[in-house]
Design a protein around this ligand. Structure first.
Ligand code: ATP
Ligand code: MG
Length: 440
């Protein structure tokens, strides 16, 4: 007998979640993957798992047709199958009902079993799982993580479009580094050198001229030398840029966006997250806004060996995160620590109109008011040892009435880590890229 058959005219009538006592007696066609097979007495129990969960298919050896029996006995876990049969109430089965098959089709025989259990049991090392990521993603935890991410994305789009931002797409193949040469991937563009964009920064700023309020959800590429739990080489960035506002305004926007996203994820995914023994973060009354200078002063007083001008990293951020375990901003960073396009404060140019959004010790977003004066922009480029000629096209735009503007870049993966409760950023990306991994 040929075991594998085609789909033919069979089409799914029900997902697993729809097989309930309410449709007792109904003829259904289900599709999915065999997650377990167990024989007890004269009965074979086959669990068929689909996108939404599992259905128990119960085959009575004494009653089933020879062709059904033959197929069921040949089944191996992970094979994809189709079952036509009748729904029967069964309190002990998932969702309280099972399917008694009349016909079974084996669509694809699994010739291999993964070296780890996809359906429960111990979770093996990430590297082992990433090697066969498409199978690994069937795990319950991964399914929930990406359900959360999908909710984050749709809530973000809904919020930003609703607030009048236009979604834009800017080039990812670029000729000039946005913030200097470090951390760029170079690509041969026909016969010329080019780079993968490390941020949509310059384009989104230019686009406030025609559109005033824009956002982009797109890939950014960074050649990160160190391998950490929170850095990847390719990520998705949620960027906004807006004319006629400053950094305080965009902090308000970012806070509202995050609040909207968390509520929306709570509404659609709280049960899934709780089922995994996790919980979504509680939102504070207000996201605190701590000035960088005060943060540094306090950390220094606590013996962190940090002084004004230093970045907040390592043990200093750990301590800060312990004191502020939820969402908060750190504002007014030293100008020297920020890219050339961040606006220095008028009253104290050593300090910039900038902020980071943090969750405990983790940076989620960076933003600020931008320099809108061409003269100042050229000065800032030179201070940062960048060549204004390389930014000629960008600078030209500033001759045409570039308004004051501000914006931020928020890492989709970092936000997903917080909401899905993952410690390692690789868990929240379908196919993570880092210095050691370019496959699958
Ligand atoms: P970090 O200090 O954490 O390396 P950054 O300050 O270099 O980040 P920004 O240039 O401010 O990063 O980018 C804006 C946001 O994009 C960050 O707040 C973060 O959420 C995300 N992000 C940037 N680089 C990475 C990366 N390599 N991996 C994951 N997320 C990143
Ligand atoms: Mg940053």
């Amino acid at each position: 007998m040929k075991l594998e058959e085609g789909l033919g005219d069979w089409r799914r009538t029900h997902y697993s979640i729809q097989i309930t006592p309410a449709i007792d007696g109904k003829k259904v066609t289900i599709f999915g993957w065999v997650s377990s097979i167990r024989t007890q007495g004269g009965i074979v129990f086959v669990m068929v798992t689909d996108r939404d969960g599992s259905v128990q298919v119960t085959v009575n050896k004494g009653k089933a047709s020879p062709s059904t029996l033959e197929r069921v006995e040949a089944l191996k876990p992970h094979s994809s199958i189709a079952v036509r049969g009748t729904v029967k109430s069964m309190p002990r089965a998932p969702n309280g009902a099972e399917v008694v098959p009349e016909e079974v089709r084996i669509l694809s025989v699994a010739t291999e079993a993964p070296s780890f259990s996809v359906y429960g049991g111990e979770t093996p090392s990430l590297d082992k799982r990433l090697d066969i990521r498409a199978v690994d993603l069937r795990r319950d935890k991964a399914q929930t993580t990406f359900k959360v991410q999908r909710a984050v994305l749709s809530a973000t789009r809904e919020f930003l479009s609703g607030a009048g931002y236009l979604e834009v797409r800017t080039p990812k193949l670029i000729s000039t580094a946005t913030e200097g040469g470090a951390s760029l991937f170079s690509v041969l563009y026909y016969n010329r050198p080019s780079f993968l964009a490390q941020s949509p920064q310059l384009y989104k700023e230019e686009l406030v001229l025609p559109f005033e309020k824009v956002y982009e959800i797109g890939p950014v590429f960074r050649a990160e030398e160190s391998r950490t739990q929170r850095h990847l080489s390719e990520i998705t960035s949620i960027d906004i840029e807006e004319a006629f506002v400053d950094y305080h305004d965009v902090m308000d926007t970012l806070e509202s966006l995050v609040r909207g996203v968390v509520s929306s994820v709570r509404a659609s995914c709280a049960k899934d997250v709780e089922r995994l023994g996790r919980s979504l973060p509680e939102l504070p009354e207000r996201f605190e806004r701590l000035e960088y200078k005060d943060v540094v002063e306090r950390l220094a007083a606590q013996g962190e060996g940090i002084s004004w001008g230093d970045d907040l990293t390592g043990p200093a951020t750990e301590r800060l995160g312990k004191e502020h375990p939820s969402f908060y901003f750190v504002t007014d960073w030293p100008t020297q620590a920020k890219p050339f396009y961040i606006k220095p404060r008028d009253d104290d140019p050593k300090v910039s109109e900038s902020f980071d959004l943090m969750f405990g010790p983790l940076e989620l977003a960076s933003g600020g008011s931008r320099v809108s004066s061409k003269t100042l922009l050229v000065k800032r480029l030179k201070e940062q040892k960048l060549k204004p000629q390389a930014f000629e096209h960008h600078l030209k735009v500033f001759d045409y009435g570039m308004p004051p503007h501000a914006g931020f870049g928020l890492g989709l993966e970092r936000l997903t880590m917080v909401l899905a409760g993952e410690e390692n950023i690789r868990e929240v990306v379908l196919y993570p890229r880092d210095k050691l991994r370019l496959t699958p």
